[in-house]
Design a protein around this ligand. Structure first.
Ligand SMILES: C[S@@+](CC[C@H](N)C(=O)[O-])C[C@H]1O[C@@H](n2cnc3c(N)ncnc32)[C@H](O)[C@@H]1O
Length: 221
């Protein structure tokens, strides 16, 4: 493994709670006015790819296993999973407005999902959530990596807290647009080992092959 330290990302307003509260406030208004559920990060194809992958893991994941979505936003990932028959679904987000939006959508779509306001970087919040067979994150580790104060420490806290949330035989599914597969494996290697990579579309530029998003599945070490 490459021994070079991971280079931190440049901080951004996407790493702040204020940014997300403001953006979900607008999204709630749009939902109320036009029924628009808002942004599904990395598009619906990424979401569908992950759900199809989970469905193929019947030997490891049962439909009533506890599943949590970290930084669930509008909760559309969980709504789609509920439609596919998964019944023990929890979504958390540190933005109360995101949780309000997700609750309104799930009520209107007539699916049962538990939503909670919780900060993934707050140990007592995380401890109160319990443990899960599947921990899913699409875009939230990316947002935490853009934290304006000491993103490296924030990433470390996140990694320890996800380790606590995951059951011993559980799977942690992480989708990122900011980190490569190699960087993710290196950042998580102390607590997690790579179980599988969910293939995502790749592009070729100047002879090099790259991916716009990376989806990896980790197991607890
Ligand atoms: C890029 S959005 C992704 C939303 C959703 N997962 C999706 O794929 O559409 C990042 C989400 O993470 C949430 N978030 C960021 N930091 C968080 C933290 N420390 N604890 C809980 N949620 C957080 C934000 O409020 C936002 O909803």
């Amino acid at each position: 493994m490459d021994e070079k330290p991971i280079e931190e990302l440049e901080s951004s307003e996407l790493g702040t709670k204020e940014y997300w509260e403001k953006s979900y406030e607008t999204e709630i208004q749009n939902y109320r006015d036009h029924g628009d559920v808002g942004e599904v990060w990395f598009d619906e194809d990424s979401q569908l790819r992950i759900i199809r992958w989970i469905e193929k893991q019947e030997a490891l994941i049962c439909q009533d296993d506890p599943i949590i979505d970290l930084g669930c936003g509008n909760g559309m990932m969980l709504v789609e999973m509920a439609r596919e028959g998964y019944s023990n679904l929890t979504g958390i987000d540190y933005s109360p407005k995101a949780v309000e939006l997700a609750q309104a959508i799930s009520k209107d779509q007539d699916v049962h999902i538990t939503y909670k306001v919780a900060d993934l970087l707050d140990k007592s919040n995380v401890t109160s959530l319990g443990t899960f067979k599947v921990v899913h994150d699409k875009g939230t580790y990316d947002a935490i990596s853009l934290h304006p104060e000491d993103s490296k420490s924030m990433r470390q806290i996140y990694i320890c807290n996800v380790h606590q949330l995951l059951q011993t035989d559980g799977l942690f599914i992480l989708t990122s647009c900011n980190w490569t597969q190699m960087e993710l494996v290196k950042s998580f290697e102390e607590h997690f080992s790579l179980h599988q990579v969910i293939p995502t579309p790749s592009f070729t530029f100047g002879g090099a092959v790259g991916n716009v998003v990376t989806s990896v599945v980790f197991k607890k070490k």
